[in-house]
Write a protein that binds this ligand. Structure first.
Ligand code: FO1
Length: 316
């Protein structure tokens, strides 16, 4: 069985653990958002790829959901001692090794997809880890400058980490997306898929960014597989992260129904054949097979059950 999962970072990584457990013999391709990527202290950082790689490779810090378990922060403190900005972005000592290896390979001319495959050799995630694109796409957020009130674009990481998503986001802009293309293997994986799952990741800055890569949405819709999405909104709020801060910026209600309608029915030009919402939620999404199942990834068994429900909906 061949499964393609479109995913963002922390939630997507946890969901992939469940898919891997639910389908141990399947060939799973994770198409991961790279819009959160940033260059800091001269190093290229790929938060969502790293969260997936560390989570599936059992190197993740389980509480943070990003960075390495058993981390130390000596270099971070030394950088701060020099006043080297950004001091607001936490780069752990172990995590730095990943960024150093990635940056060196990128500088040597290797595309991000090959760099990702090389890093994954160490971590053995058990899925094929593919960036959405080898071209750089960076999400920037349009906010009002607190001083001047003028509208300005800041990098997603600055909005999310430095400012804790507090400034009202007026829009999200994927810088570079117009000249980006799906990474090698993405279109092929979608064409060969038996199931395509949209992980319960941020519909705007994660799933939305991936589907905004020219040609990717078309490849997804051309897939012979059923497309099954899982709601990241449970009971009117995101389980984690800042989807509730992002959805209003694109005029989408913060609800399982709102996101389901935003993705839309495949039969009506949208994405979904099926939409999984949490057992206590309801969602009327015309033309879509809506199923209410437990969607809280409270432990591996719950996550596996959720993935099994998604695969079951993909086989319907
Ligand atoms: N998130 C934070 O809230 N604070 C940080 O200092 C931070 C550092 C960081 C370093 C490497 C990395 O891969 C991720 C990091 N994140 C941090 C998480 C990151 O901002 C988010 O995981 C994604 O960008 C959104 O899913």
């Amino acid at each position: 069985m061949r499964i393609v999962v479109v995913a963002g970072g922390i939630g997507g990584a946890r969901f992939l653990l469940g898919v891997r457990a639910a389908a141990p013999d399947a060939a799973i391709t994770a198409v991961v958002n790279t819009g959160d990527d940033a260059t800091m202290h001269g190093l290229r950082i790929c938060p969502d790829l790293d969260s997936v790689m560390y989570t599936l490779g059992d190197g993740i810090d389980p509480v943070r959901g990003w960075g390495r378990r058993g981390e130390s922060w000596v270099v971070k403190d030394e950088l701060a001692a020099y006043g080297a900005e950004p001091t607001w972005f936490g780069l752990g000592d172990r995590d730095l090794a990943t960024h150093l290896v990635r940056t060196r390979m990128l500088d040597a001319g290797y595309p991000l997809s090959e760099v990702t495959a090389a890093l994954a050799q160490r971590w053995q995630p058990g899925v094929e880890l593919v960036p959405m694109s080898d071209q750089r796409v960076e999400t920037h957020v349009l906010v009002d400058d607190p001083g001047t009130g003028r509208r300005q674009a800041i990098h997603f990481q600055e909005w999310w980490v430095r400012h804790r998503a507090e400034p009202e986001p007026h829009a999200f802009v994927q810088v570079g997306v117009d000249v980006a293309r799906p990474a090698p293997g993405v279109v092929e994986a979608l064409a060969a898929a038996d199931a395509v799952l949209l992980a319960p990741s941020n519909p705007v800055v994660s799933i939305g960014t991936v589907l905004g890569v020219p040609g990717l949405r078309e490849a997804l819709l051309a897939s012979p597989a059923r497309i099954v999405g899982l709601s990241p909104i449970v009971g009117g709020a995101p389980v984690r992260g800042m989807a509730d801060r992002c959805l209003p910026a694109i005029g989408v209600e913060v609800s399982a129904e709102g996101v389901g309608r935003h993705y839309g029915a495949r039969s009506a030009g949208g994405l979904l054949d099926a939409w999984l919402v949490h057992e206590d939620d309801t969602a009327d999404v015309p033309g879509v097979d809506v199923r209410a199942v437990p969607l809280l990834m409270t432990d591996p068994a719950a996550t596996q059950a959720m993935a099994q429900a998604a695969l079951h909906a993909a086989r319907a």
